[in-house]
Design a protein around this ligand. Structure first.
Ligand SMILES: [Zn+2]
Length: 231
């Protein structure tokens, strides 16, 4: 099929998904960014996703309302405290309470539906298996299995008109490498948002896993972090 290459890109407004989006754009894809209003504590991430979508010139930015608080089971969607002050080693061990049950499976399923509607063969997700919180739905074996399922699930795939590929350009990159790559591609990280537990006046907590990984990334990249932290 000739014409534009389309990609659905999952966007949380954070460093990783923003970098993945910039990489998709650099590969010549027309971008359709997809975000979720899922009842997360950090609803400001949707504002960040909106800013990123504008800055990167996406063709369309879609926000799906999906209240995962009705299911709960996570510090992001339930009344469970967000862990603070964990070391990089602690962050890597086990699966923390910020894990949201089946989140990436739910998000990728929406991406898949939109991809079929758009006839977009590419779905980009900014997962990394290096500097991450041990979430099982960020691992390469999970992504490959989802891709296989995707090509069995869609009418357009079964009819041979569409082949879905799940792109994970960050999967083997450290946070520092991700930030350097983004800067190379002109990403303005001031637009992005990472914190799981913002203060009432909108400052990042500086102590949750997301803040700590973000700080580590800027440090590794040898750059100043533009985020305003409480601590
Ligand atoms: Zn934080």
């Amino acid at each position: 099929m000739v014409g534009v290459k389309k990609a659905v890109v999952l966007s949380s407004g954070g460093i990783d998904s923003t970098t993945a989006m910039a990489m998709a754009r650099a590969e010549g894809y027309e971008i359709y960014s997809l975000s979720f209003n899922y009842g997360q504590r950090h609803a400001v991430e949707l504002a960040a996703a909106e800013r990123v979508a504008k800055a990167l010139g996406v063709k369309e930015h879609l926000i799906i309302d999906l209240d995962l608080r009705k299911i709960g089971g996570s510090a992001l969607t339930d009344t469970i405290a967000v862990p603070k002050g964990r070391s990089a080693e602690e962050i890597k061990q086990g699966i923390p309470v910020t894990y949201v049950p089946a989140r990436n499976t739910i998000f990728l399923s929406y991406a898949l539906a939109w991809a079929e509607q758009l006839m977009a063969g590419a779905i980009f997700i900014g997962v990394t298996a290096i500097d991450f919180s041990g979430y099982p739905d960020c691992r390469p074996e999970y992504i490959r299995a989802f891709e296989q399922m995707a090509n069995l699930a869609l009418k357009a795939a079964v009819e041979g008109r569409l082949r879905i590929r799940i792109h994970t350009p960050l999967i083997t990159m450290t946070k520092g490498e991700i930030i350097r790559k983004g800067l190379e591609l002109g990403v303005d990280y001031r637009l992005t948002h990472s914190c799981y537990d913002l203060s009432a006046d909108g400052k990042a907590c500086g102590q949750c896993d997301a803040c700590l990984l973000r700080k580590k990334g800027f440090h590794e990249a040898g750059l100043a972090d533009p985020t305003v932290y409480v601590s």
